[in-house]
Write a protein that binds this ligand. Structure first.
Ligand SMILES: Cc1ncc(COP(=O)(O)O)c(C=O)c1O
Length: 380
């Protein structure tokens, strides 16, 4: 357990709640979930499932109709044929990541993860008695792994590399050729590539392409949480290489028996055209927020070498104001009422010089946040 860290931002969130209870106005830019409610057609499908009382366990890999619906989504949105039998519905992509890693990590095996990156991955590897290898990434590679970095960090004990595109915390998207080069190298070493596509659908420049378009010998992880605005329903999915499906099934049976049933019935409405129309409108709203926030933060003095291309995060250098981004986040909350996530939550590479802003607030709140931050750093 000593190798597993909590999400440090939770301490700031608890403090933010205390301040709010005392009547202080707090602008929340620390939480990694959309501020939009679940689209109505999805809620209505969930209500219908509750009313019909069809709430027994489903198969461990999920409702066959939902696996088919996900396969249909790959066809209609990406033009890619993914057989439903390779799709496992999971309890959030958190469980998807845990199951996929469990299927491939033996004790002592190494998995490459990017630093900064989503922290749970390295903790999952650790929990499996594997060894997460942090690969430092920065602006020179758009905060993404490259095949050169993967080759440099690969060892005889490495079994997999895990990438996320768009990434949390940086919102950057990996270019297609880089992904293909990494996949080819990993394969040549007899390893596996896991691609976390949980922020797909929230990309503001260019087309979103899934790694499945290029090959089928990799794991793709996705979720209903972010683009589909269903964080609390706890539903995600894995597309596994065919030989791993039975391992995933066995693990899902043992770990949670079945993904949440009500959520699965609700999610059947997630791919309906009327739902997708709502979601795409919200994505456009997120783009407007990003287009406001990035230049506004730069003007205040944060370093943002590249504008993030997706997700709803800005990973910003705060080196001009502090050498300790955790203390900076704490003081910003106390004195300015703006909650952000310190870099330490995403790894150790230059973590103390960075904070993450989530633009999960309407633009007028973001404007208010920027004015508060401006006043705070002027007095800092
Ligand atoms: C990159 C990434 N992967 C996975 C997850 C897990 O999300 P969920 O379990 O809600 O699907 C998150 C959550 O923030 C994330 O940012």
């Amino acid at each position: 357990m000593n190798g597993i860290e909590p999400f440090h931002v939770m301490a700031l969130l608890a403090r933010a709640k205390t301040l709010e209870a005392q009547g202080r106005s707090i602008i929340h830019m620390e939480i990694g979930e959309p501020d939009f409610p679940t689209p109505r057609p999805v809620c209505e499908a969930g209500i219908r499932a509750l009313q019909q009382g069809n709430l027994f366990y489903t198969p461990a890999l999920g409702l066959p109709a939902l696996r088919e619906a996900v396969a249909g989504y790959y066809r209609s949105r990406y033009g890619v044929d993914v057989p439903a039998r390779r799709i496992a519905i999971t309890a959030g992509s958190s469980a998807a990541l845990m199951l996929a890693l469990s299927a491939i990590v033996d004790p002592g095996a190494q998995v490459l993860v990017s630093d900064p990156g989503y922290p749970a991955n390295r903790h999952f590897v650790r929990l499996l008695n594997g060894e997460p290898v942090n690969v430092p990434v920065g602006p020179d590679s758009n905060y993404q792994m490259t095949s050169a970095l993967v080759e440099h960090h690969w060892s005889e004990r490495t079994v997999a590399a895990l990438v996320a595109t768009p990434s949390n915390p940086t919102g950057t998207v990996m270019v297609r050729d880089d992904l293909e080069r990494i996949a080819t190298f990993v394969r040549s070493q007899g390893g596996l590539l896991l691609v976390d596509e949980i922020y797909h659908g929230l990309v503001y420049e260019g087309e979103t392409r899934t790694a499945l378009e290029q090959r089928d010998d990799l794991f793709v992880i996705n979720s209903f949480s972010k683009y589909f605005n269903m964080t609390g329903w706890r539903l995600g999915w894995i597309v596994a290489p065919e030989p791993y499906v039975s391992a995933i099934e066995k693990l899902a049976q043992n770990v949670y028996l079945s993904p949440p049933t009500t959520a699965q019935y609700a999610a059947l409405a997630a791919f309906a055209p009327e739902t997708l129309a709502i979601l795409d409108q919200r994505r456009d709203e997120l783009r407007l927020r990003r287009d406001y926030l990035v230049p506004a933060l730069r003007k205040v003095g944060f370093e943002i070498p590249q504008a993030p291309q997706g997700a709803f995060y800005v990973y910003a250098g705060c080196g001009r104001f502090t050498a300790d981004s955790f203390a900076f986040a704490r003081d910003l909350l106390e004195h300015a009422g703006v909650a952000v996530t310190p870099g330490v939550d995403f790894g150790s590479h230059r973590a103390s010089e960075h904070v993450r802003f989530a633009y999960t607030n309407p633009i007028d709140r973001l404007q208010e946040a920027v004015s508060r931050i401006e006043r705070f750093v002027a007095g800092a």
